[in-house]
Design a protein around this ligand. Structure first.
Ligand SMILES: [Zn+2]
Length: 112
């Protein structure tokens, strides 16, 4: 991890102390900013940021493995749960009426 330069004096001697970043050159202390990768963001098909518990709408027909029916456009899904380290982009964990629990790609949903 590369530490940011001091925002006050612009020197590059920053070190970490707990949750703070400290510059030994001018003694400035500050919190690590949002531009660290600690909080990944999952966005829906149109760029809204999703959070746990959101309701979403399916934006395209989805075939379901082992089923002859598919999930239709416009299906509402309540209380999604996000999976931030999903290995295959199926980062929305949810339960769909008539289909049960499943994982969807965030690119096929839109925040309701
Ligand atoms: Zn400094």
């Amino acid at each position: 991890m590369t530490l940011p330069a001091c925002p006050k004096c612009d020197e590059n001697y920053t070190y970490v102390d707990g949750s703070l970043l400290i510059c030994p050159m001018c003694s400035h202390e500050w919190e690590q900013g949002e531009n660290t990768d600690s909080t990944p963001i999952i966005k829906d098909a149109v760029g809204n940021v999703l959070s746990d518990g959101d309701s979403v709408t399916i934006i395209k027909d989805l075939k379901v493995k082992g089923s002859t029916t598919s999930i239709k456009v416009g299906t509402k899904v309540k209380s999604i749960r996000l999976i931030y380290d999903a290995p295959d982009d199926h980062d929305v964990d949810c339960k769909i009426d008539g289909f049960g629990a499943m994982k969807l790609k965030s690119s096929v949903v839109k925040k309701a």
